[in-house]
Write a protein that binds this ligand. Structure first.
Ligand code: ATP
Ligand code: LTN
Length: 335
């Protein structure tokens, strides 16, 4: 008997809160491309999430344009996946409110991202920063996503999305698919070049963060200044955070394994290694950068992609939202 097998659904997003970093690219975007062939993929720009930290309006608009252009330049194909802007699909904010009432203050207080970001923005510890994971849960649950490709830093948020889904399903009846994280070992946590025990982050400016649109000379300068250690051997080992990070980055760009890289640089110095990594990264990013500038010039195309994407995403999202509202007991005039 022929059995219909449902293709799994994938959902992920990146905040367009600045230019994407090497961390966003290697830990997230680059891995999304291959998934399009196998799964029903929804990739969004999480712009609603960005306002948990104050944004300059004109910059936010520009960053959305840059980020969608980067999605396209990296190989996300609107004919194979749904590309959309979170704020164009009202169901995200709507489901987030509902789920707020199924989320405990205690569980939100344990989130390390909340603790980190409130320490960084002491003057603006707003409620959105606190309920950020609830909006993220809404993003995921609306599409009944089975798999959520993310970097390691997001695993705690994914766990809370699973807890919210399970709690809701148990309180009513099965409503949401309980999602699973999908992490890719290579590039799952790219560290800051200037402080290699901290993750490379978009909101952390300075020489520790490489942005994917940085020109070659800037990339070279940042890698030259990368913090390493007082030894001299290029070896992946505990306590050598800086070198480990450079090895991981080099491996992502060349496809070489750690032993291959160690052998390649045997007997060579840190200076030489840093330059080799820098050149490889800069040259690896050039084609991507060229494609980004082409897409950014074509506003009509970008607007069409976003309008079509929002329409497709809304169709699925609205179905889950009405199902959820029905279960809770909201009055329905169509009945
Ligand atoms: P911000 O600094 O504004 O908080 P961010 O750089 O941490 O931003 P996000 O938009 O929060 O970026 O993350 C988007 C995706 O990139 C997520 O899947 C996240 O796990 C991944 N990611 C972010 N930083 C890194 C990193 N350093 N290494 C690997 N993956 C990362
Ligand atoms: N919080 C994520 C961005 C994000 C996301 C999502 C990722 C918002 N909604 C849904 C996966 C699924 C971050 O990377 N900071």
């Amino acid at each position: 008997m022929e059995q219909e097998i449902r293709r799994k659904t994938v959902l992920s997003g990146i905040q367009p809160s600045g230019v994407l970093t090497l961390g966003n690219y290697l830990g997230a975007l680059k891995n999304w491309v291959g998934l399009q062939e196998q799964y029903d993929c929804y990739y969004m720009l999480a712009d609603l999430h960005t306002i948990t930290v104050r944004q300059v309006p004109a910059e936010l608009r520009q960053n959305v344009l840059k980020t969608i252009s980067l999605y396209l330049a990296a190989g996300l194909d609107p004919d194979k996946c749904v590309l959309f802007l979170q704020s164009m699909v009202p169901a995200h904010s709507q489901l987030a409110w509902l789920l707020n009432c199924y989320t405990m203050v205690g569980e939100l207080s344990r989130m390390t991202q909340f603790k980190d970001k409130s320490a960084k923005h002491e003057d603006n510890i707003n409620a959105g920063l606190f309920t950020y994971p609830v909006l993220m849960a809404a993003d995921i649950l609306l599409y009944q996503a089975d798999l959520v490709p993310v970097g390691k830093d997001q695993l705690q948020h994914l766990e809370i999305a699973r807890d919210i889904a399970t709690r809701f399903n148990n309180a009513y009846s099965p409503t949401f698919v309980v999602p699973q994280a999908l992490t890719f070992p290579a590039g799952a946590k790219i560290m800051s070049l200037s402080a290699p025990t901290k993750k490379m982050s978009k909101s952390e400016d300075g020489d520790g963060t490489v942005f994917v649109l940085d020109p070659k000379d800037v990339i070279i300068r940042k890698f030259k200044r990368a913090v390493t250690d007082s030894q001299s051997d290029i070896r992946f080992a505990e306590g050598k955070d800086g070198i480990n990070n450079l090895i991981s980055i080099y491996s992502c760009f060349t496809g070489k394994t750690v032993p291959e890289i160690e052998a390649e640089f045997e007997g060579k110095g840190y200076g030489e290694f840093k330059i080799a990594v820098a050149e490889t990264v800069a040259d690896g990013l050039t084609p991507l950068q060229n494609r980004v500038s082409e897409f950014m010039k074509d506003r009509e195309y970008i607007n069409r992609i976003l309008t079509d994407g929002a329409e497709k995403a809304s169709y699925t999202a609205r179905k889950t939202l009405s199902k959820t509202m029905r279960k809770i007991g909201f009055y329905d005039t169509s009945k």
